[in-house]
Design a protein around this ligand. Structure first.
Ligand SMILES: Cc1ncc(C[n+]2csc(CCOP(=O)(O)OP(=O)(O)O)c2C)c(N)n1
Ligand SMILES: [Mg+2]
Length: 326
């Protein structure tokens, strides 16, 4: 592992953790409205997969997508400002936490509807395939979303047309308060692709390096023309489903057991143990991340609100049928 890569991975893992912590705090202070779904515990998935992706690849994520946006390179300021509903946010303050977007970085959302990411991803995949481009689409979804009809419809079409889509399951074992064995007949999500001829692989989603390597391999297969791939990352969320959920359906022991495999600590140990990073480098990165997040919160607080509520309600240019001839 190159030192620069180790530094970047460590930075992104810490940024993910600190950013979400700051968002939770701002939410309890009433500075963020609506729903807020946080990612602590799951960092290795977004960081590992997106470090393996190329800048030309497209990303389609769910409502639990702050970290995907950050790792993709959207500045923490623009993500936090969007959570605060400010005009300087990456969606102009109109989207909020669940609708982050950045066309330049090929970050296509942020979707609040469970199962929505599949259909968007295969649309983009179809366009890439039609044009013969080398890019791929990373399509994120939760374990619960694998029960939606769109999952099966999209897998079928993706396989039929050999679309360059990597389906990434963030299996955190829960669909809100319902544990996976209560909501899915076959809880091994990676096996669900087999019905459509899509190879599936399961990886330890608490281990950023394992996720990184599995993603690199999957993307290599996709770019070699093997068609869509399915990667199930087994992970865990420490907090409730959203800020509105205290997560009382889980025992403290269960959370503690998973926290013992914490993805940030795990990588730090490995990086220092293998000499990729020195402890003082880790401390310096941690200090930089704290500053970055404090700056993002300040920026969001000081930013103006959007001027006009009616902007962007319709796609531009918008014309009614017959308007031209009227
Ligand atoms: C079509 C649809 N049905 C129900 C909901 C309500 N809902 C929001 S999140 C969620 C659970 C999804 O769980 P999972 O796919 O495992 O993702 P996770 O939240 O665990 O990341 C549900 C049922 C929704 N947003 N959209
Ligand atoms: Mg889940």
């Amino acid at each position: 592992m190159q030192k620069s890569r180790a530094r970047a991975i460590y930075h992104d893992l810490l940024l993910a953790r600190e950013f979400e912590q700051a968002a939770a705090e701002a939410y309890t202070q009433g500075k963020i409205a609506g729903f807020l779904h946080l990612y602590p515990g799951e960092e290795a998935v977004a960081v590992g997969t997106l470090h393996a992706a190329d800048t030309g690849d497209y990303v389609v994520s769910t409502y639990r997508e702050h970290v995907h946006a950050l790792v993709r390179g959207i500045p923490a300021r623009a993500v936090m400002a969007e959570l605060f509903g400010r005009a300087t946010g990456c969606s102009g303050g109109y989207g909020g936490s669940m609708h982050l977007f950045d066309r330049e970085r090929r970050f296509l959302g942020g979707y609040a509807i469970v199962g929505e990411t599949f259909t968007v991803a295969i649309g983009v995949g179809y366009w890439i395939a039609m044009n013969g481009y080398p890019d791929a689409v990373l399509c994120y979804f939760g374990d619960g979303a694998a029960n939606q009809g769109t999952f099966h419809e999209s897998l079928n079409m993706a396989a039929l047309w050999k679309l360059p889509v990597l389906f990434v399951c963030e299996n955190n074992h829960y669909q809100i308060g319902t544990e996976i064995h209560r909501h899915t007949a076959v809880p091994e999500i990676h096996r669900h692709g087999l019905a459509y001829g899509i190879p599936g692989r399961k990886v330890d989603g608490m281990d950023v390096l394992a996720v990184w390597e599995a993603t690199r391999e999957a993307l290599r297969l996709i770019r070699d023309g093997a068609g869509p791939q399915l990667l199930e990352c087994e992970t865990y969320r420490y907090r409730g489903h959203s800020m509105a959920d205290p997560g009382a359906y889980r025992s403290a022991l269960e959370v503690a057991e998973l926290a013992a495999r914490d993805p940030v600590t795990q990588f730090e140990r490995r990086a220092c143990g293998d000499g990729w990073l020195r402890p003082e480098e880790c401390e310096a990165i941690a200090a930089r991340v704290r500053e970055e997040v404090e700056d993002a919160v300040r920026f969001a607080e000081e930013s103006p609100e959007p001027q006009r509520l009616e902007d962007f309600v319709y796609a531009e240019p918008f014309r009614l049928y017959g308007e031209e001839s009227a």
